[in-house]
Design a protein around this ligand. Structure first.
Ligand SMILES: [Zn+2]
Ligand SMILES: [Zn+2]
Length: 270
């Protein structure tokens, strides 16, 4: 079946170093917004939410623990928990923390991935469909870069195929961040991107979950106007993003969604 999809560039983060400037941009594939069927599962009927991580050889996620002795992947779980806690919704979360809880697959040796190929890959590796009481998300860690139409987007870190529960991370771009900014920053950058993409998949901003206040930066897609929020889009260079990551690293405050976004979740009654 042929899927009709359009593209929207949704974040542009500039990283500069002494010799060259690298643009890391993140894009979302718009299948309009998250579907009513999925939203109804997420916010009405589910009692379980499972995140499955599948990685190509050579594109493994960062795992292990932070200096605070917490798993890096706890950051994603804490942020998901913050959403459902705000709603008084009881959901059992399953988020892998170690590589042994994730699935390695042989690399397809592809240098580029279109959105259709990403969705097809998720299906090929057996991404199960969500059930009424059990939402299932798949995060693919891939070698190579996102191909947007004719353009190879060498700076796209990750994306959520809108209207699906599929997320892709392009590990080559994360590795480049590590080369330029250090591995510690890149580890938090990877988690922060996951929290951002799960935010889109769960309906932020105005991406299925309606606004509870006017904080939608619609000029830049499904993003938040609050610069302190993980769903913020900013186009004036990477300084802010670096500061954002530094803050996460230093503060130990793990909820990256701003209050406006949390309030959207809190007040949403599908
Ligand atoms: Zn985004
Ligand atoms: Zn926000």
């Amino acid at each position: 079946m042929k899927k009709t999809v359009t593209f929207l560039i949704c974040a542009l983060l500039l990283f500069s170093c002494g010799r060259k400037e690298v643009t890391i941009e993140e894009q979302v594939l718009i299948n309009k917004i998250q579907t009513p069927e999925n939203l109804n599962i997420f916010y009405n009927s589910m009692t379980n939410l499972t995140v499955q991580v599948i990685y190509e050889t050579g594109a493994e996620p960062y795992t292990g623990k932070t200096l605070r002795d917490k798993y890096y992947w706890q950051l994603l779980e804490d942020n998901l928990q913050s959403i459902f806690t705000s709603r008084n919704q009881t959901v059992a979360l399953t988020v892998p923390k170690t590589l042994t809880e994730m699935t390695e697959i042989p690399s397809d040796q592809k240098t580029t991935w279109t959105a259709e190929e990403i969705v097809a890959k998720a299906e090929a590796v057996g991404n199960p469909k969500s059930e009424t009481t059990h939402a299932r998300f798949v995060i693919l860690f891939l070698n190579g870069h996102f191909k947007n139409g004719e353009d190879v987007a060498t700076n796209v870190i990750g994306l959520n195929v809108t209207g699906t529960t599929v997320i892709a991370i392009f590990k080559d771009v994360v590795k480049e961040m590590a080369n330029l900014q250090g591995e510690q920053i890149a580890k938090f950058g990877e988690q922060s991107t996951l929290v951002h993409e799960m935010g889109h998949a769960l309906g932020l901003v105005n991406n299925g979950v309606p606004l509870s206040s006017s904080h939608h930066d619609s000029e830049h897609g499904a993003h938040c106007t609050n610069p302190e929020c993980v769903m913020y889009w900013q186009n004036e260079g990477g300084k802010d993003f670096m500061q954002f990551l530094q803050k996460i690293m230093q503060s130990g405050d793990t909820v990256l969604y701003g209050q406006e976004c949390i309030d959207d979740f809190k007040k949403y009654k599908p």
